[in-house]
Write a protein that binds this ligand. Structure first.
Ligand code: ATP
Ligand code: AMO
Length: 466
């Protein structure tokens, strides 16, 4: 059995060695009848392979065969590693493979709907190429998403989804190390978990049901069931009816719920430790991926403090007011004012990651605990990256009579959540938690402009395929 060498491992140290590699034929160029160049890609690394007709080893027919391969076909190449005298452009590896044998393992169709090299260019590179009179097709977002399997092959997308994997991984590992138990709650539920209209309704064997807008009700019920601290990574469904850069109809929720002794600050402490650890880990373990993303979509590394800044909602409103932005002191911030506050916070405190807490009660979900000292406010918080929300969290109402009162006040049909309400009648500890949108974390950490870039197969009001 012959040993395989990865394209990424092809370096000068292997000079003169005979190697066997498998990859995709990313680019193919014939030079006359005696020579062909193939750029072969594997896991984001590329190497130039040279097929030259030679009396004893390489026939002209083989050169023709190589030159006739279709882009993105999967090929096995055997050959000798050599170090060229001039630097190689258009490949990540600075050695070449002098091809002796070539085999097409599986061919791609001759014309692809997306050219990977075009899809991988940054806006600046596109502008330059166009100015130089180069013929290229700007790959728009719909085309990318329609042919996502091809789009995924660009270095930036390889980076994005490896980073996304790390976010989930750090979330899980961190919480497991802090005594949290991973749970799995149902996504088919009887009543809306967040209130509001953004619910996908369905027929559940003759009974009205919906897709869970969050694991909110069941993660709290797990606390009533004495698990102490729980978390879940799972799909969340929102029937959003408009098309924004940061809303999906299905996203991945990272949720926690935990008993608290005294204060909702205990939940914010978890946010702080978890996210500082997460950002540190991403910067350390995903340097290559972050660089690949930045090459196509340039961004500044996230600025965050060793200990996360906490501002009250009132302090935030005051900062906006001082900057000449008037907002309703008991109303919600909109996208624009959130961004503005993000800018002000960055200027004043030097961080792009911060917690805003003690929100007005009126704009929070029914299960949110009001502040003990002033019921116009609540023991709740949102967390922002670069001026956009990634987390909502709060202490919850754990007294059943009060929970019913709050649900009714918020216009919720209590009958549809009766089993949830009943859970609190058997004795419930004080508790709180939060929910994070995975795609938003990756989008904002990498300074990307659209959540569709960080969802493998995004679901929005206009898209349910592929
Ligand atoms: P959440 O619902 O979770 O708390 P969110 O980021 O969706 O998270 P919202 O509170 O729904 O935040 O909305 C905050 C702001 O985002 C709104 O004031 C509005 O400016 C904007 N926004 C939210 N949903 C939409 C939408 N479907 N279309 C356009 N803008 C929206
Ligand atoms: P909320 O509704 O704020 O809170 O959602 C929590 C987080 O989920 C993300 N998010 C979204 N991501 C993509 N597309 C959407 N349509 C979308 N909507 C929300 C955001 C948001 O911060 N049960 C509470 C959480 C809790 O209190 O524990 C909840 O669902 O990043």
């Amino acid at each position: 059995v012959r040993e395989w060498t990865e394209v990424g491992a092809l370096t000068e140290g292997l000079s003169e060695r005979y190697v066997l590699v498998r990859g995709r034929a990313q680019a193919i160029r014939a030079v006359g009848k005696n020579m062909a160049f193939l750029v072969v890609r594997e896991k984001g690394f590329t190497v130039q392979c040279v097929v030259t007709a030679q009396p004893d080893t390489v026939s002209r027919q083989m050169v023709k065969y190589a030159a006739g391969l279709s882009r993105e076909s999967i090929v096995d190449i055997e050959g000798v590693v050599s170090v060229p005298t001039v630097p190689i452009k258009g490949a990540t590896q600075q050695v070449e493979v002098q091809v002796r044998k070539i085999l097409c393992v599986n061919k791609a169709m001759p014309t692809l709907p997306i050219n990977i090299e075009d899809a991988a260019r940054s806006e600046t590179e596109i502008e330059k190429a166009l100015q130089a009179g180069e013929q290229l097709v700007r790959v728009n977002q719909d085309t990318r998403l329609n042919y996502r399997v091809l789009d995924m092959r660009t270095p930036a997308n390889q980076g994005i989804f490896r980073i996304q994997c790390q976010v989930g991984n750090v979330f899980r590992q961190f919480l497991l190390s802090k005594d949290f138990v991973e749970i799995h709650t149902p996504k088919l539920i009887a009543g809306s978990s967040e209130g509001g209209a953004a619910v996908f309704k369905l027929d559940y064997k003759g009974q009205a049901a919906c897709l869970a807008q969050s694991p909110q009700l069941h993660k709290q019920m797990a606390i009533c069931g004495d698990f102490g601290r729980v978390f879940e990574i799972g799909p969340v469904f929102r029937a959003e009816d408009s098309y924004t850069h940061r809303h999906l109809c299905e996203f991945t929720g990272l949720d926690i719920e935990m008993e608290i002794k005294k204060h909702y600050f205990e939940v914010m402490d978890v946010v702080d430790r978890l996210f500082v650890t997460m950002f540190d880990t991403l910067n350390k373990n995903c340097a290559k991926e972050l660089e690949a993303v930045g090459r196509q979509y340039p961004f500044e590394p996230l600025k965050y403090l060793r200990s996360t800044l906490r501002l009250t909602f009132e302090e935030g409103i005051q900062m906006l007011k001082e900057a000449g932005v008037e907002v309703d002191p008991l109303g919600d911030l909109n996208t624009e004012t959130e961004r503005k506050l993000g800018q002000l916070v960055l200027e004043k405190y030097g961080t792009e990651f911060y917690i805003l807490h003690r929100y007005p009660l009126a704009i929070r979900p029914f299960y949110t605990m009001p502040c003990y000292d002033n019921p116009a406010y609540s023991n709740s918080f949102d967390v922002f990256i670069r001026g956009e929300e990634i987390i909502s969290g709060a202490q919850r109402v754990h007294v059943p009579e009060f929970l019913v009162e709050r649900a009714q006040a918020c216009g919720i049909d209590v009958k549809t959540i009766s089993t949830y309400i009943d859970s609190f009648r058997y004795g419930a500890p004080p508790h709180g938690g939060f929910g994070v949108g995975l795609e938003r974390v990756v989008m904002l950490f990498c300074g990307l402009n659209n959540i569709r870039k960080t969802s493998l197969f995004p679901r929005d009001p206009l898209r349910i395929a592929p």
